[in-house]
Design a protein. Structure first.
Lengths: 124, 480
């Protein structure tokens, strides 16, 4: 059973995000990390880069596959979780504690799911 | 059948010492040493010091800790790991072929040139294409060659600046987007439909005057035939783009239909798949590329042509993309493929295709009650199943198979099916092999998770630390 915290929003491409004071913090869901299995590399975007909602934000490589992760919002990358550069496996230990990117919102959010909708979406 | 793989604590060959010594032939002149920059000479040269018997024993022991098509079934989906027939191996060792040099005068290698010419003709016939190069050294190299031809075609028409995109379905082989990107194009991925085939609406939306080509394999990686292929070809051509056939799955249609009939402009073949020549480390591979008439001028040079009874290397393509290999490609693989084609003949090749499809469908039927098999369409040469409904992970069941002396299928590919196994038995297995495969896989469902995760036990190594292998890979032996 995957963890789905009640205070977050989710996407169909398995990102979670929350918005605080115009800054969106995002990562991947517990379900996504368990599907990926052991994460070996995360290619984070550079601070200052501008993304549209739904555009490829970063790439995660696991022992199983390499997957694109999409931006939940249009905006500018203001911070990346540098801890993940050397220790990407932390995401496997707790994918909600280890956020990936913070984006200053300048445009629209992507279509999102509530926690209960997301649970239904992943069939749990 | 019980299985126990040999296990040796085998050192790296550089660490083996037979007690023999050797001398580097010839004498190093002092003068030569004087010409070298200071400090570039070295005191020690730690080459392997092994006698012939230790070399043979070393590699025999390594081979015993390995698995191959000579040991058992090897149903890696999309890889087409057929048994490699021994007659073709034997022909490739004939002195008349194995002892020639690529720079010999053409008149002294007429037989070899004739083989290459005939292989070109056979492959053109089988694919209904008009021109061909045998040069590319592997499937992915063939793809890249095809991409360079696409570039040249649009450049020749003055449209390269605007045609910057190559469209690829989400079920594609990973090499397709890689080849397109290597060739300087932007990759546009389109989703598959709920039937597991190209979503025509998504394709229409993606096509534009920026499209250089659409790359697909048919049947696709789900083993499903793209039944709207002629409509796809029309849409792609109407947009001014080219249609590229990834020939990795050609063994599913050979002798029944062809890329040429479907409307493709460019095709690559994997001789090491469809035509049963050795793969990978036992290769090298070979990835010939065939094209329709309007692209012939762009083929790499030389190709092999004939003038009456004389065969010659033909450099006459005026708009050629140039060479893509030193010399003429993997001749030894061409020889094996030629042998395979002439041995089976057109009826035999067609029968192989039918049997490959029959075997995949037989296995699909045997496994369908236990595993979820997504997409209802009849499978061609391979099937994709999901272990999601069983509560087991595909990786764990794969290890269980390996522990029983059966090679695991491809797992976690294609990416659009969760917990998937992609099984391609090929025509070179018996019904008994297929039954055993299904029985072992189904038996694995009754093994508890802790036990499964402790497997394999019967191999020279158990689970590899894949994280360490990905993050801390050492491919260099440190000379002492």
């Amino acid at each position: 059973m995957s963890k789905v915290p009640e205070d977050l929003k989710f996407t169909k491409s398995h990102e979670w995000f929350k918005e605080e004071n115009g800054v969106v913090t995002m990562g991947i869901s517990d379900y996504a990390q368990s599907q990926l299995t052991d994460i070996v590399y995360i290619e984070l975007p550079s601070v200052g880069s501008k993304k549209k909602a739904g555009e490829v934000l970063l790439t995660i490589e696991s022992v199983k596959s390499a997957e694109d992760v999409y931006s939940p919002v249009e905006g500018e990358v203001v911070e990346i979780n540098k801890e993940l550069v050397d220790k990407p496996e932390l995401v496997n230990s707790d994918s909600y504690k280890y956020w990936m990117v913070k984006i200053k919102k300048t445009g629209n959010l992507t279509e999102s799911l509530t926690p209960s909708e997301y649970k239904q979406f992943i069939g749990e | 059948m019980s299985y126990k793989q040999a296990s040796y604590d085998e050192p790296f060959i550089g660490e083996l010492r037979s007690g023999t010594t050797y001398k580097i032939p010839g004498k190093v002149e002092e003068k030569v040493l004087d010409d070298l920059p200071a400090g570039s000479g070295r005191e020690k040269l730690p080459l392997p010091e092994v006698a012939e018997y230790d070399v043979v024993r070393h590699f025999t022991r390594l081979s015993q800790m390995n698995y191959s098509v000579d040991i058992g079934m090897y149903p890696l989906g999309s890889c087409t790991m057929k048994f490699n027939p021994k007659f073709a191996d034997r022909i490739s060792t004939f002195e008349g072929f194995s002892e020639i040099h690529p720079l010999q005068p053409e008149k002294s290698v007429q037989g070899s040139l004739k083989i290459m010419y005939e292989l070109q003709e056979y492959l053109k016939d089988l694919s209904d294409m008009d021109g061909i190069t045998l040069q590319p050294l592997a499937g992915a190299h063939g793809e890249y060659t095809g991409i360079l031809i696409i570039r040249k075609y649009h450049e020749d028409r003055g449209e390269l600046d605007k045609r910057t995109e190559i469209i690829i379905p989400d079920s594609a082989h990973g090499t397709n987007p890689a080849s397109a990107a290597m060739g300087g194009f932007d990759v546009v991925e389109i989703p598959s439909s709920d039937k597991g085939t190209v979503d025509l609406e998504a394709l229409k939306a993606a096509l534009s005057n920026k499209t250089a080509a659409f790359m697909i394999t048919n049947p696709n990686t789900l083993g499903i035939f793209e039944d709207q292929i002629t409509e796809i070809a029309r849409l792609v051509h109407d947009a001014g783009a080219l249609l590229y056939y990834d020939g990795a799955n050609f063994n599913a249609i050979m002798g029944i239909t062809s890329p040429g009939l479907m409307g493709f402009d460019i095709v690559h073949f994997n001789l090491h798949k469809t035509f049963a020549t050795p793969h990978g480390g036992g290769g090298p591979g070979s990835g010939p590329v065939a094209v329709k008439e309007h692209l012939k001028d762009f083929l790499p040079v030389p190709t092999v042509s004939r003038d009456g009874d004389i065969y010659f290397l033909d450099y006459s393509h005026p708009k050629s993309i140039g060479r893509v290999a030193a010399y003429y490609g993997s001749f030894n693989m061409m020889l094996r493929a030629w042998s395979y084609i002439t041995y089976h003949g057109s009826d035999g090749l067609k029968e192989n295709t039918i049997n490959a499809v029959l075997n995949a469908n037989y296995l699909a039927r045997k496994l369908s009650g236990k595993f979820k098999i997504p997409y209802k369409a009849l499978k061609k040469h391979e099937l994709v199943l999901s272990t999601e409904n069983t509560g087991k992970r595909a990786l764990d069941l794969a290890k269980y198979l390996i522990d029983h002396g059966i090679h695991a299928p491809t797992v976690y590919f294609p990416l659009i099916v969760h917990e998937d196994m992609m099984i391609e038995p090929t025509e070179t297995v018996s019904k008994a092999d297929l039954d055993q495969y299904a029985d072992v896989l189904i038996k694995g469902l009754n093994i508890d998770d802790a036990e499964l995760k402790s497997m394999p036990k019967n191999l020279s190594v158990s689970r590899i630390d894949e994280v360490k292998a990905a993050k801390d890979l050492k491919v260099k032996w440190d000379l002492e």
